[in-house]
Design a protein around this ligand. Structure first.
Ligand code: AMO
Length: 437
């Protein structure tokens, strides 16, 4: 008999079917047992006798039986198959499981973060955790759609590089045969090198950051969703990033209605025009609202980001706010200074529900200025030979931006830690397993 997906069973009342999936819960009442089985399409109640009682959570099984309509008072409106159950005739155990270290049948897992991650292959089977990655898949899909609509070609770029891509000390070095190489801190240099070839590109890439501290928003291996566009102005870049950000978030809302409801998150607030502020304007608003004077600071700190997002929500009915013109010295070497005030740069961050989810800039596209900027940061242009070659032979005005996949997912579902939005998070204390165990 061919396998029927669980979501199809309500259409097959009275028919004999075979389903396959994982045992979620087993409830035995005397000679009758009820077993919930989960496959990729949903969950189904199986009713039977002795053949079910030895089943245990996470056994992989095949069950043959007849689909029956449930009595009126047994209907479960919370699930798609709540009007039916499968009366089992034959059960085959495909794979057994060891005993669960915690209750996997509960609606919420409620585990401490280290346990949630130590048992990752198990916790990823839980329906509420699976939902995080279904949302994440839609973020990726929405981004791809939006980037393609901008006219970008998808590229796949290296993750081993001859130089640090963002500068700074947060870089993993690798032994590369007899040489030194670096894990890319972002796809930045490669996406820029592709502008003279494809003009508009996008990539979904891994970014490696040797983050020296443990925070709720930093991973050592993050996923970035990047665009880079040639022949564009600063204004056009701002329009482009807000277009992609808005479209991606709306795409998730349209395609994940039930999950967002399960996670009890409020509906998205995205106005037709995302509010924009310069960093200095944002600091003045924060001073006025809270009395905290950060107007002399060179960046917005996490509390500032939360506060300015509160302002955007209260005053502009928006979950998003774009902040522009960060100090040139605070941004990576490739960032173009503002010609009218070079101390500040043509850069931007997009904040979403209290957190930076994107950053980017107009780039320095002049070969000699770029060499000067590299030297100015104490780096050696010789290490950027391939990158600089692209500028030597003609680079139009260009710029781009990068979204953090895990951070967007975290904020969409109101998760408290970015690690929850990473399948296998890496940080100072963990590569798969905790070093300290
Ligand atoms: P930036 O370093 O700001 O910019 O990174 C872009 C976005 O990627 C996400 N992100 C991270 N998420 C989790 N953990 C991390 N350690 C981490 N680091 C970054 C954030 C951030 O906004 N090349 C530039 C982008 C550009 O100019 O196009 C860059 O990498 O959401």
């Amino acid at each position: 008999m061919e396998r029927t997906l669980i979501c199809e069973t309500p259409k097959k009342i009275g028919e004999e079917v075979k389903i396959a999936g994982f045992v979620q819960t087993v409830r035995a009442h005397g000679k009758i047992a009820f077993v919930d089985v989960v496959d990729r399409s949903g969950v189904l109640q199986i009713v039977g006798g002795a053949e079910l009682v030895d089943l245990k959570p996470q056994f992989a099984v095949e069950v043959e039986g007849v689909v029956k309509k449930r009595p009126e008072k047994m209907i479960n409106e919370k699930i798609k198959t709540g009007t039916v159950e499968l009366e089992s005739k034959k059960v085959v155990v495909l794979s057994k499981s060891e005993e669960m270290p915690f209750d996997m049948g509960a609606e919420e897992l409620n585990l401490e973060l280290p346990t949630l991650l130590d048992y990752r292959t198990l916790t990823l089977r839980h329906s509420k955790i699976k939902e995080i990655f279904k949302v994440q898949a839609k973020v990726l899909e929405g981004f791809r759609e939006a980037a393609k609509e901008l006219g970008c070609t998808e590229i796949s770029v290296p993750t081993i590089s001859a130089s640090a891509t963002e500068g700074g000390a947060e870089v993993f070095m690798v032994d590369y045969y007899d040489h030194k190489a670096y894990m890319t801190q972002s796809p930045q240099l490669y996406k820029q090198m592709l502008v003279p070839s494809l003009e508009r590109v996008f990539t979904i890439a891994k970014a490696y950051r040797a983050e020296p501290s443990v925070t709720t928003r930093h991973l050592s291996e993050a996923t970035q969703m990047d665009c880079e566009l040639g022949f564009v102005s600063f204004e056009e870049l701002l329009d482009a990033l807000e277009f992609v950000g808005t479209k991606t978030l709306k795409y998730v809302e349209e395609n994940c209605e039930k999950i967002l409801k399960d996670y009890k998150v409020p509906p998205l607030k995205i106005p037709a025009k995302v509010p924009r502020l310069t960093m200095r304007e944002a600091q003045k608003i924060i001073l006025k609202r809270t009395g905290v004077d950060h107007t002399g600071e060179k960046d917005l700190d996490p509390e500032d980001e939360k506060e300015i997002c509160k302002w955007a929500l209260e005053e502009k009915d928006s979950d998003l706010v774009t902040i522009t013109h960060y100090p040139t010295k605070k941004r990576a070497f490739y960032t173009a200074p503002d010609p009218s005030d070079p101390e500040y740069s043509l850069s931007y961050d997009l904040l979403f529900r209290g957190l930076e989810i994107l950053s980017g800039s107009q780039r320095i596209n002049d070969y000699n200025k770029l060499i000067a900027a590299i030297k100015d940061r104490g780096m050696d242009p010789a290490n950027f030979e391939m990158y600089l070659q692209a500028f030597k032979y003609g680079m139009p005005p260009e710029g781009g931006f990068s979204f953090g996949l895990e951070r967007i997912t975290m904020k969409l579902l109101n998760l408290s830690n970015v690690r929850e939005a990473s399948l296998f998070p890496r940080d100072m204390e963990r590569v798969d397993f905790r070093f300290s165990r």
